[in-house]
Design a protein around this ligand. Structure first.
Ligand code: ATP
Length: 363
């Protein structure tokens, strides 16, 4: 038997001529937290709806624990769902809301009550059992929606932007809550968001979608440090993108002559086939760059004049003008320290990196 809890095989969906989801393959392991991430219209909700049975595909299959459920009704699948709008029943108490799925499954009343209270403990809201949904805050209602979904212990929980309606602080708290509950229950979770930070924080793996297809599937670190495409590099946070030509290749390490300043720098391959003479883009995350006063020695480096310094809470960011028309500034980031070295605006600085801190994306 396969250890996949959920298998998507060649699943595709069109609306007329429009391809909302190109034939897609995806295996989700039991207990995995997998996030579908991508810009608006990239097909995340379409894929989730096909898994849930809320829409029917034009081709392909959905298997849950090896059983083909592609054309089965939603309630026949061992799946729970949590949406952005909490969809609680307004006239039922919180306890009745949570017990509802159990009632539908003909669980005896006393047992349903016991399990509803257990689920309320799990989301740390045991004292609100008798209240109505409108007597709770948005964050609390979302926890209840989660409790209502967990109460019948589905094998898979699908969440579509569940924290989208909450403010930033509450979102951060709820992210931790959902992670904790995931750890405690060990349920497989497929989570949809367009927020890359949320995806990075929560997921075992991220499935980054673009134009109705999977652009890259991997751990948050894979996508962040080893993007297969410029789209991935760009979608997952700030980066410096430097074009150049591959000079030589030594195993996994490429030597690249950069357009900027004619400097030759090292980078790791991103796994895609590459040859000497090929055009590539080097991606350097701001926090992987080292900064020093210009001419301080060391390996190959770019130089630039300091345009601006921004302290963004935990990170300090420096913006450097590489002195080339129309070129984007180089961004360097490091942890904000109480007694940071002082750099003057206009000062010339050097930026260097090691091969392991740069990745080459072939064009
Ligand atoms: P968002 O983050 O905005 O929710 P998404 O990645 O979830 O976006 P989907 O909702 O899956 O995107 O939509 C994918 C594409 O399919 C979009 O271009 C959308 O307009 C189109 N689409 C979705 N549902 C329908 C429909 N019922 N009829 C026609 N087109 C649709």
């Amino acid at each position: 038997m396969s250890s996949s809890n959920l298998q998507i095989s060649g699943l595709g969906k069109r609306y007329g001529d429009f391809v909302a989801l190109a034939p897609t393959h995806l295996d989700v392991a039991r207990g995995e937290f997998l996030t579908l991430l991508g810009p608006s219209g990239s097909g995340k909700t379409t894929l989730l709806s096909l898994i849930a049975g809320l829409a029917q595909p034009d081709e392909g299959q959905v298997l849950i624990d090896g059983a083909d459920v592609t054309y089965g009704a939603p309630y026949e699948r061992d799946i729970g769902m949590v949406f952005q709008n909490y969809a609680l029943f307004p006239h039922m108490s919180i306890e009745e809301n949570i017990a509802f799925p159990l009632k539908m499954r003909k669980v005896p009343a006393a047992e349903a009550r016991r399990r509803a209270m257990e689920a309320l403990e799990m989301v740390r809201l045991p004292h609100v059992a008798a209240r109505l949904p409108r007597e709770l805050s948005g964050g609390q209602q979302q926890r209840i929606a989660l409790a209502r979904c967990m109460v019948y212990r589905p094998a898979i929980i699908l969440m579509d932007e569940p924290l989208g309606a909450l403010d930033k602080k509450l979102r951060d708290q709820m992210q931790l809550e959902i992670k904790r509950i995931h750890r405690e229950l060990g349920t497989t979770i497929v989570y949809v968001t367009h927020d890359q930070e949320e995806a990075m924080t929560m997921s075992d793996r991220i499935c980054l979608m673009n134009g109705g297809a999977i652009e890259q599937l991997g751990t948050p670190a894979d996508l962040y440090f080893r993007p297969r495409t410029l789209f991935v590099a760009d979608f997952l946070g700030e980066s410096n993108l430097l074009r150049g030509i591959v000079d030589s290749i030594d195993g996994d390490t490429l030597s690249v002559k950069l357009e900027r300043q004619g400097v030759t720098g090292l980078a790791l391959s991103n796994g895609a086939p590459v040859r000497a003479g090929q055009q590539v883009t080097l991606m350097l995350r701001p926090q992987n760059l080292r900064i020093s006063a210009a001419g301080a020695g060391g390996g190959p480096s770019l130089t630039g004049r300091l345009l601006d310094v921004m302290v963004t809470g935990s990170l300090t960011k420096l913006y450097l003008d590489p002195g080339i028309a129309d070129a984007e500034p180089i961004v360097v980031a490091y942890p904000t320290q109480r007694q940071a070295e002082h750099y003057a605006i206009g000062q010339s600085l050097s930026v260097s990196w090691q091969a392991a801190d740069a990745v080459a994306i072939p064009e």
